[in-house]
Design a protein around this ligand. Structure first.
Ligand SMILES: [Zn+2]
Length: 93
């Protein structure tokens, strides 16, 4: 009788441990997601830039006014340079 009670108690503790473990895991992943979204904010070193149009930049996440793509967060030091259209060539024609 005592043995059976003990095993049931152990089982209950085991179940609780699994539940707590799962809850901890869930909390972990949600806090990670939160950190991820929080990190996606332009600061002094980062700026949003269209992957297709280097001249389209913003300090917040928005869509490119030219192609409608989501701007990507890039380091200012790693920004693509806006390509200046070669005006010379087109006028020469
Ligand atoms: Zn664009």
């Amino acid at each position: 009788m005592l043995m059976k009670r003990n095993s049931i108690l152990m089982l209950a503790i085991g179940m609780m441990a699994i539940c707590i473990g799962m809850a901890a895991c869930n909390n972990d992943s949600s806090s990670k997601d939160k950190a991820k979204t929080e990190a996606k904010v332009a600061d002094a070193d980062h700026i949003y830039q269209c992957p297709m149009h280097a001249e389209i930049t913003s300090d917040k996440l928005e869509k490119c006014s030219k192609c409608g793509m989501d701007l990507e967060l890039v380091k200012k030091s790693e920004m693509k340079k806006a390509e200046v259209p070669a005006v010379k060539d087109s006028t020469k024609k």
